[in-house]
Design a protein around this ligand. Structure first.
Ligand code: THU
Length: 138
């Protein structure tokens, strides 16, 4: 499938306004492209009980799964203090493992963006080598 990076990053940037991060003020958003061709977004949602907070990537993937998606092709991530994306925002370890559940690690593109034209991309295999996944339970 053709991956429209510009569109995916713009979806993440657009969602970033909905990030709920009153404690860290670090606003993150993610947009995930699924095998259906549909895009789902998510933002970080923090909680007064800090550890209960949920990352943007996980919210986007759970959103997609709840709509029936089971295969993710690419995910764009944007994040920065007060929604100013001065650095590339790498996904945390827990989110990498959640991506693993619904992706081929060699194929999933993880796009970390500052803007639609300024981004770096890695495969999930590069970010989470020798990972544990659904096949191990078969
Ligand atoms: N955060 C994400 O949403 N995704 C990541 O991959 C890194 C961290 C959020 C969690 C918390 O709300 C804030 O960024 C600061 O850690």
């Amino acid at each position: 499938m053709k991956i429209d990076r510009d569109k995916l990053i713009r979806c993440a940037l657009d969602a970033q306004k909905n990030s709920y991060a009153p404690y860290s003020n670090f606003n993150v958003a993610a947009a995930v492209l699924c095998s259906s061709g549909k895009i789902y977004t998510g933002v970080n949602v923090e909680n007064a009980s800090y550890p209960v907070s949920v990352c943007a990537e996980r919210n986007a993937i759970v959103h997609a799964a709840a709509e029936g998606e089971r295969q993710i092709i690419a995910i764009a991530i944007v994040g920065g203090a007060n929604a100013v994306n001065t650095d590339y925002c790498p996904p945390c370890g827990v989110c990498r493992q959640v991506m693993r559940e619904f992706a081929n690690p060699n194929k999933l593109l993880v796009i970390m963006a500052k803007s639609p034209t300024d981004y770096v991309e890695k495969t999930l295999e590069e970010l989470l080598p020798m990972s544990f996944g659904p096949d191990h339970l078969k």
